[in-house]
Write a protein that binds this ligand. Structure first.
Ligand code: SAH
Ligand code: ZN
Ligand code: ZN
Ligand code: ZN
Ligand code: ZN
Length: 422
């Protein structure tokens, strides 16, 4: 889909030069598209790019994959193969072509119903960053949105949640939740119909399936018979917040337009799952959102998973525009309700009388600094040189690398002043 317009700034210079680059791949190794904004592109170069793009199209269309799936499920177990190298379901006529590839055989219906287990996660940090929810977290999310009365879930980059919903819907008769998956990972088109999956880029709101796919999404967002919709998204954490926010606003607008009365100025309910250190960035774009204390755990993320030896703290949280008091967090996992803040908080998150809020972001007990006039991490101390709280081990005002959150020099992500807007 369309490239994004970036700006290259060099230190000391006010204005930088603008260029277009790929929206989805944040590493030029994955996609080398680069073009200065004011550059004249020759016919030859344009043709070469078009040729390059044509050659990199998936070997089957979504339609073809749906037909192939129908053929595949008719095969006896002994003839159901999945090529691990090509990440593709194979029909017997294709075995030959994949004869020197690794493959799995006897693919069961259960396996077809959980593609996120069959496909290997695309962990490339700069592009897909596919980190799958731990079962506990996925279950929690689904129960939560069901308790809140939602019957439709727009799953944007949440294949595992989509899969859990789909497989329960096919197994339990009373289960009435439906899901539409929007994801850039085209491998999923082998397992889902066009009304269950749209190939979508969340950094530029591009539907690869064109108007028909957009219409599928629009239809899904239309709340028939009072079936309420919620959008749940878990984007790659390296993604640009402004690009994501702009796409999510377009999805929200799509929801709004389905209703003639415009939903009385309401917003489409949303869960945006993202690390807590992006809180201020998200609130910049969505002031109606608040961050929940719930720690989202992952299966294939070494740092963010619930280990055997006690709990590792995950920095990933739920941001939502629903009323915080409605988001009930599990007491058996140590969350409690703060009656002053009117929301569920981590057990270690103490209500600070001075801030008049439960201030911890990471689940540990934070301490109030009277000089900074705010609560800070337990490991920080107030440095009189820097005039703020920071890690004990730091060289005063000597951090030259730009901060990961705001891009300014002088501090690291963990000490970013923009993180403490409240
Ligand atoms: N925790 C989620 C997965 C989140 S990982 C779950 O278990 O369901 C991020 C997801 O976003 C992946 O599925 C990845 O394929 C998708 N993704 C990455 N870049 C994307 C883009 N540009 N547009 C749409 N989806 C994208
Ligand atoms: Zn409180
Ligand atoms: Zn405080
Ligand atoms: Zn301080
Ligand atoms: Zn200092």
């Amino acid at each position: 889909g369309p490239a994004l317009l970036f700006v290259k700034t060099s230190q000391g210079k006010e204005e930088g030069r603008r260029f277009y680059a790929c929206s989805a791949c944040r590493d030029r190794k994955d996609c080398n598209f680069f073009q200065w904004e004011d550059e004249k592109v020759s016919e030859t170069r344009l043709a070469a790019r078009e040729e390059y793009n044509r050659n990199r199209q998936p070997s089957f269309t979504h339609r073809q994959n749906v037909d192939r799936y129908k053929d595949f499920v008719l095969l006896p177990l002994s003839k159901r193969r999945f090529c691990q190298e090509c990440q593709q379901l194979l029909l017997p006529a294709e075995w030959e072509k994949h004869s020197d590839h690794q493959f799995l055989c006897d693919i069961t219906t259960a396996q077809l119903k959980s593609p996120s287990q069959l496909l290997y996660p695309l962990e490339n940090k700069k592009t897909n960053a596919q980190y799958l929810f731990a079962d506990r977290s996925c279950q929690f999310l689904l129960n939560l949105l069901m308790d809140l009365g939602f019957r439709r879930v727009l799953s944007v980059g949440t294949p595992r949640l989509h899969e859990m919903i789909q497989s329960r819907a096919s197994q339990e008769e009373e289960f009435s939740v439906r899901s539409l998956l929007l994801d850039i990972d085209f491998r999923y088109s082998q397992f889902y119909r066009e009304d269950e999956f749209c190939h979508y880029n969340m950094f530029n709101h591009h539907f690869f399936g064109g108007e028909a796919a957009r219409e599928t999404c629009r239809k899904f967002l239309y709340e028939e018979n009072g079936e309420r919709v919620i959008m749940v998204t878990d984007p790659p954490f390296g993604g640009l917040v402004e690009a994501l926010a702009s796409s999510f606003k377009k999805l929200m607008a799509m929801w709004k337009e389905t209703e003639k009365e415009g939903h009385d100025n309401k917003e489409m309910p949303m869960f945006w799952i993202f690390p807590y250190f992006f809180e201020s960035r998200i609130l910049d774009f969505f002031p109606s959102f608040s961050m929940m204390d719930y720690q989202v755990d992952y299966d294939n993320h070494a740092l963010y998973k619930h280990g055997k030896t006690g709990r590792r703290q995950s920095p990933v949280r739920i941001f939502t525009n629903l009323t915080p008091s409605m988001i009930v967090l599990p007491e058996e996992e140590g969350y409690r309700f703060c009656t002053v803040c009117e929301r569920y908080v981590s057990s270690g998150n103490q209500h600070c009388e001075i801030c008049n809020s439960c201030t911890s972001k990471d689940g540990r007990r934070w301490k109030h600094c009277v000089l900074c006039k705010r609560c800070v991490k337990p490991s920080w101390f107030h440095c009189n040189n820097c005039n703020c709280c920071t890690l004990q081990k730091h060289s005063c005002e000597k951090t030259h690398v730009g901060c990961f959150v705001c891009g300014k020099a002088g501090h690291k992500r963990s000490a970013c002043p923009s993180l403490s807007r409240t």
